[in-house]
Write a protein that binds this ligand. Sequence first.
Ligand SMILES: [Zn+2]
Length: 196
Amino acid sequence: MDYYLRMACTPEVLQQVGQRGGRLAAPMSELVFPVLPHADTGAVQVLLRILAGFEDFARVTAHHTRRDLHPALATDDFKHCCLSCLVYRNERVLDSEWHSFCECPGTASARSRFSEICTTELTYNQPCTAKDLCRLVAHVSSDPRKAGALATLALNVRATRRHTFRKLSTHGPTGRGLVAVQLTQLQNLGAAPAVI
Ligand SMILES: [Zn+2]
């Protein structure tokens, strides 16, 4: 699995990890996936990158790459928030892997495709936590078909998020203009109750 994680990471990420101690992940006594997920290699790589904390979630990245386009994302009010929930629901929610997988309305269609394949509904606490994502991984990890569905969910979650980021980066009323209006509105409200 370490090999797959190396394949899934860019040289820059591997260098960062190396500088932090030279190991890709904390040693574990058991494999996360004792079976090989039935999914495209690319989807499995995305899943591993997400589970290892290497993907673009604002709880870690704080929207650094989007601050030029959306300056309000540099403020303490918004820098760790899910952009989709800020703009489309007027809610401040921590942008995390577990929020995206389990509860974000922006990724609902990807989630429903996963539930169809696994013939099971995703359950989670409200607000959801990292434990919910761990429970989900444990639930599918020994079944190649379900583990593959989780990898496909990971790929779809990333694709949906990237599509949303691109859309909100465009000129016009459904892009940057919408972000500016919604974030200004939230700031003027004195910051909505945060679910963080
Ligand atoms: Zn969200």
